[in-house]
Design a protein around this ligand. Structure first.
Ligand code: ADP
Ligand code: G6P
Length: 480
């Protein structure tokens, strides 16, 4: 196990690497930084401290040697085709993802998925153990790697180990379904600090530890028997606010938003939805609600367009394929029934777009619809606030997104309540300027004062140093 002082002092372990492979003009391949807040926030720290990022390149059966990229080390972890099926599509996205999102889709339990999950987590833990310098900080990310903290502590007790869960941590009544629940709790407890998006997530975890282990728990600290103290607290993630703002102000993005307006026929109102095509995002309910508003004449397709973009995602998982077909059908049906002059009422684009195009869309959206059935945070809501110019954008936001805790002045909705959703969309569109701008200013203040850098710095300060004094207790806020 290499432990020289020149080895990385800061190691990130995530299912995906922060780079994409691109084919150059001459047919060769190179690596490009993948756009994303996490990468933007952590790259400077990686360069400063000497860092390594351990992750999967996103394709099966490929062996890529570790390489340097932008001043830090990239350490690819290989997954076989069977592991992609059982660990990634299976246990991560067929068991944990639906279960942790309130079981909005049916979570499946298969022993071979669990075996693959253990095996792959072990591989990531071994790669981290082999890369990290003595006493380094290792920060493990998300639900795909919940066993890594304990596995890594076993291999390298000298390390500071942090874990952050980007998705909700479910109420214990749901978590307890997992046949291997004890191993997952113990996996997470291997960390010195476990971060959650909301205080409710941290409370769910601590309740579970109290009920299912015999470790002593005092407020947010777990005294793991004969070992260490594991703290569990909320660190709501954010975005690179300045970066998004500057991008949206750039002449290129302004020109792109003009072109988009032209393409949409300069409608008076644009409703916008931007999501990964995922069943947690409430797309069926959202599209039905807007469709009914068009059908009843409350929205006039001559003056309003609903632009919905959906990035293809996890297409080899059955539930995602079903969703894709359902949405195609739903949009097709609505567009055949209602339509504006020369254009459909719903402009649906099933594709990923460059960040600049996203910023152009945020610029022109009169009302942004973020209505997930459950979401850890939802960064799209924050990106809209950073990008939309003027003082009176309007955000319709699900009460079940982590972001609703922070963006209290959004138009908050229960996405399951179709009538409520319809009323709120109309309210957001028609409220007087003064009301919209009051709400907008409050949301802008919140977003500008809590950036992705604050998130990373707060987490790492608590992991590496003494935790801040406990803030005033929050009122209990159960997640279900
Ligand atoms: P999740 O992490 O579940 O996908 P978030 O809203 O937190 O949900 O983050 C989604 C990220 O993906 C945002 O940064 C958003 O800009 C980006 N994104 C979503 N849809 C698209 C798209 N069609 N093209 C490009 N990026 C997208
Ligand atoms: C969510 C998860 C991430 C994941 C991302 C994209 O944001 O929290 O861990 O990387 O979705 O999903 P994918 O399965 O394509 O990595």
């Amino acid at each position: 196990m290499p432990e020289t002082t020149t080895d990385p002092r800061f190691v990130v372990v995530a299912n995906r690497l922060p780079v994409n492979r691109v084919t150059d003009a001459d047919g060769g391949t190179s690596w490009q930084t993948a756009p994303g807040g996490l990468v933007t926030a952590l790259e400077p720290l990686m360069r400063e401290k000497g860092g390594a990022w351990i992750g999967w390149i996103g394709a099966p059966d490929e062996v890529v040697k570790p390489f340097r990229h932008d001043g830090y080390q990239i350490v690819p972890v290989e997954l076989s085709e069977a592991e992609v099926e059982d660990y990634y599509e299976g246990f991560s996205n067929g068991t944990l993802w639906p279960l942790y999102h309130d079981a909005v889709a049916f979570p499946e339990y298969h022993r071979e998925w669990w075996d693959a999950y253990k095996q792959v987590n072990k591989r990531f833990a071994e790669a981290a153990a082999a890369s990290a310098g003595h006493g380094a900080t290792v920060w493990v990310q998300d639900y795909q790697l919940q066993l890594v903290p304990a596995m890594l502590r076993e291999l390298r007790p000298d390390l500071k180990i942090g874990f952050f869960l980007h998705i909700p941590f479910p109420p214990i009544e749901l978590f307890e379904q997992i046949p291997w629940r004890r191993q997952i709790i113990e996996g997470l407890l291997g960390a010195d600090l476990v971060g959650f998006q909301t205080p409710a997530g941290a409370q769910n975890f601590l309740r579970l530890v109290r009920k299912r282990t015999d470790n002593r728990v005092e407020r947010y600290r777990v005294f793991v028997k004969d070992s260490h103290v594991c703290a569990a607290r909320a660190y709501p993630i954010s975005i690179d606010v300045q970066g998004f703002h500057d991008l949206a102000q750039s002449p290129e993005v302004k020109a792109e938003s003009e072109a988009l307006l032209e393409e949409l026929g300069h409608p008076k109102n644009i409703l916008l939805g931007v999501d990964r095509l995922d069943y947690t995002k409430g797309l069926r309910q959202r599209i039905r609600a807007v469709g009914e508003l068009f059908a009843s004449g409350q929205l006039d397709p001559d003056e309003t367009v609903f632009l919905q973009v959906a990035t293809p995602s996890r297409e080899d998982v059955e539930q995602y394929r079903v969703l894709r077909d359902d949405i195609d059908l739903l949009v097709g049906r609505i567009n055949s029934q209602v339509g504006g002059v020369g254009r459909p009422a719903i402009s649906y684009r099933h594709a990923g777009f460059p960040r600049a195009t996203m910023a152009a869309m945020y610029r022109i959206a009169s009302v942004m619809l973020v209505t997930p059935l459950r979401d850890g945070m939802n960064l799209v809501a924050k990106e809209y606030i950073a990008c939309h110019p003027g003082r009176a954008g309007a955000l319709v936001l699900s009460e079940f997104a982590g972001a609703a805790r922070e963006l209290k002045r959004a138009y908050i909705v229960n996405p399951y309540d179709l009538d409520g959703l319809k009323e709120t969309i109309i309210e957001a569109l028609t409220d007087p300027y003064a009301e919209r701008s009051k709400r907008w200013r409050a949301m802008q203040r919140q977003v500008w004062n809590h950036t992705i850098d604050d998130w990373a710095n707060n987490f790492l300060r608590d992991l590496e140093g003494e935790p801040e004094p406990e803030p005033e207790p929050e009122p209990a806020e159960p997640e279900a």
